[in-house]
Design a protein around this ligand. Structure first.
Ligand code: B3K
Ligand code: ZN
Length: 875
């Protein structure tokens, strides 16, 4: 497979001003006639004499230029493209007729059938499986689409934009014509057809335009669209208020489908969603499902401006739309819910998922400089580190400055396909600031480490803070330059109060300093006594913090920092250090002692009714086993980590028993069920309390869990109880599992949870259970949600059993990867990414993982997707 390089970018030789598609649907033989208005790119001096169109898995019937058939000699077709020689030097009309096979499409890229519904997924390069085209994001075209099908099978016919014509045809057939007035790249094209029910609402935009909102779902699921619709309306309003951005078409449609490779897709005016991110009813969806739905609905909607109106010049610029849009959806959720809790959730996820990627063999810059398969680059780094970079720029410019910058970005680039440089320049120019140093963040891989040392001079009443940065060694990464690191901080006085920050006689604005070199000293004046340093508040930069803080100071911060985020951050750091120590004692067979001061500090927070419930719940969640593995970094024994973490949880459950029981009793949410942040926070806190109580073998706790598993009327509490029972095990767990299965076997989205829970259990019988699960008639290897809930949950969410000392976990996943790669490379390559940390484990496991990886790499028929990931992982 071939590497593609950013440095080789060249503008397209031709543009397509208008695209007309005529699609005649048929399960195995869908006929697509395209009529393209092709224009030689006026920006280029040399004109091309041939045009090369992308196309895959198409049967070519006919090509015409300006109405005349093009004869065979002028056509060269490969399995990837079609070249037409001797094309006119002036604008011309190109007509192409092809056949594709949606029923055979199990890769779920291009046009495919999902439970009888035709749908498309074109990003990144799926459009070329529908017709021959210049399938690249810098070719923007106005689309007009005619869809024809059998009316009883496909009563609903949808595409982007506005419906301009419909009609009946002989033989129970009918058609619809859609026109999208906004020029767009082919990756934003969508077509949906099938038997779908619809829920409708409407909203008035700020400038007074009425927009019709429609959600299409499988008939019978209409009662589960409420939350998605409400979320959409809130997102639309929020984007007007916060960024002044209004919706631009008369109709906004969302379609939910059951077979989808990822979460959702922002096609212009016609978003297509994984139904797991639309459908919600209190008895079928958990609080976290509700929160995710709200966030993803917003995310896809926000793409209408950040991605669609202004798009990417090439796929290397993917973070331009994804990082910015994740940042926007994070800000939205922060405003809808609790800002500090949202920040905690995002930082927790970033540290455990993105930092792992950035420290391993798949590390790449937020803007990569080369790839084999672009679908492999929809990563935690591009999305979430990309979002952190936007946040960092907002921190530096301030909210208003960032808004001014975005305004200028849209003024300059609406309707264009642009680069990261264009984005950063707009932000800088609008604020009279030179932000070019921040481009380094986009171009260098790896998480920088920020070292901090504070010294205090009693005589001078000065606190000197020395900040310095280093990059970890990464194989294949060149020497990296120092990046600008915005550091938000505070100094706490003896009674926990904030000491005003002053450097060279001037107050430090917003407590923000920027480390712009490798090393710098900041001297804070008029500091009356030795302060405690509260560093990297709000996680103001995506760095590994090495503050060398003493336990005593950390405990002070956990108890008394005025910054809530940093109380949590210090508790996590303390817990992490502590579990690492426990695990190492464990591995050496030494007796490990749990730190009572830490447990007590956590208990105080849990007990504090002046704090939000959700915040207290987040506080009770310890770093995950893989977080601990990442912190240890080499020769990792996953069993020792599991035991250490379990030990700490049990100790917390035991010594905090009275507090946790009381917290449980007094945090009950109001009835009936409401998915709002307040009630969800109460349920989350009760869940954390019960889970720790169960870990500490509290009789009260276990009795409550059993009861809740039987009587809960919402999925949050019902599934919450089931997952605690899975820790407890035994008869009660098995019975609860069976009950759950009986009740929900006809609800695939709920059964996914049942699958995932069993696949993520650390219990030694999990390997055998997973083998049963994939043999279960409710499982289907062709359905991505099912694969994620069994193989995904096992490989990504079960560190002990995936890394089982027998090697059976590795073999299970390697076999699944090989099988899935035969029909859905994108899904296979996601799954195989679970091996990314294999080198940090102890030698025996490493050898077994290496063998499993070798077995995959030995296959001759590997997709480029899997090949790229595995060859990087093996190194
Ligand atoms: N832009 C899509 C992701 C497409 C993934 C293609 N492999 C969804 C999103 O990020 O909003
Ligand atoms: Zn996105």
């Amino acid at each position: 497979p071939k590497q593609i390089y950013l440095k080789d970018y060249a503008p397209p030789a031709f543009l397509i001003s208008e695209t007309y598609l005529d699609v005649v649907l048929d399960p195995a033989e869908t006929r697509v006639k395209s009529r393209l208005s092709v224009v030689p790119n006026p920006a280029l001096k040399r004109r091309a004499t041939e045009i090369k169109l992308d196309g895959e898995l198409l049967r070519l019937l006919r090509v015409c230029i300006d109405g005349a058939p093009v004869d065979e000699q002028r056509l060269v077709a490969t399995d990837k493209d079609l070249t037409i020689r001797d094309v006119p030097a002036k604008p011309f009309t190109l007509e192409i007729e092809t056949i594709c096979d949606p029923a055979a499409n199990k890769a779920l890229s291009g046009l495919y059938l999902s439970r009888g519904v035709y749908c498309t997924q074109c990003e990144a390069e799926g459009f070329r499986r529908i017709t021959y085209y210049l399938d690249r994001p810098d070719v923007l075209s106005k689309f007009r689409v005619r869809i024809e099908g059998v009316k009883p099978d496909t009563p609903v016919l949808l595409s982007n934009g506005n419906l301009v014509q419909t009609g009946d045809l002989p033989g129970k057939r009918h058609f619809a014509v859609w026109e999208d007035p906004f020029p767009k790249p082919s990756y934003l094209f969508a077509l949906v057809a099938g038997k779908l029910a619809m829920v409708e609402d409407s909203i008035m935009t700020r400038s007074g335009r009425a927009v019709t909102l429609r959600i299409y779902v499988e008939p019978g699921k209409e009662d589960r669209c409420d939350w998605a619709m409400k979320s959409l309306k809130r997102a639309m309003r929020w984007d007007e208020d916060r960024f002044g951005l209004e919706y631009d078409l008369d109709m906004f449609m969302i379609v939910a489908v059951s077979d989808f490779n990822m979460g959702a897709m922002e096609n212009k005016g016609l978003n297509v969603f994984n139904d797991a991110l639309i459908l919600a009813r209190p008895d079928t969806a958990t609080d976290s499902d509700y929160e995710r739905i709200e966030g993803v609905i917003a995310h896809e909607y926000f793409h209408n401006w950040t991605g669609n109106r202004v798009t990417c010049r090439d796929w290397f610029q993917l973070c331009l739309k994804e990082g910015l849009t994740v940042f926007r959806d994070q800000e939205f959720t922060a405003d809808q819910r609790s800002a500090v809790v949202k920040r905690i959730e995002d930082v927790r996820w970033l540290r455990s998922m993105q930092f792992t990627e950035d420290a391993g063999p798949l590390a790449h810059p937020v803007r990569p400089s080369s790839f084999i398969e672009i679908n492999n680059f929809y990563t935690r780094t591009v999305y979430n580190k990309g979002a952190e970079l936007c946040r960092m720029l907002q921190t530096v410019l301030g909210r208003d400055g960032f808004r001014k910058g975005l305004d200028l970005y849209f003024d300059r680039h609406d309707g264009q396909a642009v680069t990261v440089e264009d984005f950063v320049s707009a932000l800088g120019d609008a604020n009279g600031a030179d932000l070019s140093a921040y481009l380094l963040w986009y171009n260098q891989a790896g998480t920088p480490t920020l070292d901090a040392r504070l010294s205090y001079s009693e005589g001078a009443k000065e606190a000197r803070l020395t900040l310095s940065q280093t990059f970890p060694d990464l194989p294949g990464q060149p020497k990296r330059k120092a990046v600008p690191i915005p550091v938000k901080l505070g100094l706490l006085g003896p009674n926990g109060g904030e000491i005003p920050l002053e450097v060279e006689g001037k107050p430090v604005d917003g407590g923000l300093v920027v480390l712009s070199k490798k090393k710098e000293v900041f001297t804070f004046e008029k500091v009356g006594s030795r302060p405690v340093l509260s560093l990297l508040r709000d996680f103001s930069a995506p760095v590994n913090l090495n503050a060398g803080a003493r336990d005593k100071d950390m405990l002070t911060l956990i108890r008394a920092d005025t910054d809530l985020f940093n109380r949590w951050q210090n508790a996590q750091a303390f817990a992490l250090k502590h579990i690492v120590a426990l695990a190492s004692a464990n591995a050496k067979g030494e007796n490990a002692r749990v730190e009572p001061r830490f447990v007590a500090a956590v208990g105080e927070v849990a007990d504090d009714d002046t704090l939000e419930h959700a915040y207290r719940a987040a506080f009770l969640a310890l770093p995950s086993e893989s977080d601990v593995a990442l912190a240890i970094g080499e020769n990792v024994d996953p069993e020792a980590i599991h035991q250490a973490r379990t030990l700490l949880r049990a100790a917390m459950g035991k010594s905090l028993r009275a507090i946790l029981e009381s917290v449980y009793e007094r945090s009950a949410p109001a009835e009936p069920y409401n998915p709002d942040a307040e009630s969800a926070g109460r349920r989350a806190l009760r869940q954390s309390a019960l889970s720790l109580l169960a870990a500490g073998k509290s009789r009260f706790g276990i009795a409550r869990v059993k009861e809740q598993a039987k009587t809960a009327t919402n999925m949050t509490e019902s599934f919450g109880a089931l997952s605690i029972l899975s820790q407890v095990g035994g008869e009660a767990y098995d019975q609860a599992l069976q009950r759950f299965h009986r009740r929900w076997k006809d609800e695939p989205l709920v059964i996914n949870k049942w699958f995932a829970l069993q696949a993520s259990s650390p219990s030694p019988d999990t390997l055998a259970r997973v083998a049963d699960l994939v043999a279960n008639p409710l499982f289907s290897i062709q359905n991505p949600n099912r694969v994620r809930s069994v193989y995904g949950a096992f490989a990504h969410g079960n560190q002990v059993r995936f890394n089982d000392a027998s090697g059976a976990g590795y073999d299970l996943i390697a076999n699944a990867v090989i099988e899935i790669d035969g029909f859905n490379p994108q899904m296979a390559s996601r799954l195989v990414g679970a091996f990314e940390s294999w080198r940090i484990f102890e030698p025996k496991r490493r050898a077994l993982a290496g063998k499993a990886l070798g077995r995959i790499l030995d296959r001759k028929e590997l997709s480029p997707d899997v090949f790229e990931i595995v060859s990087k992982i093996v190194g």
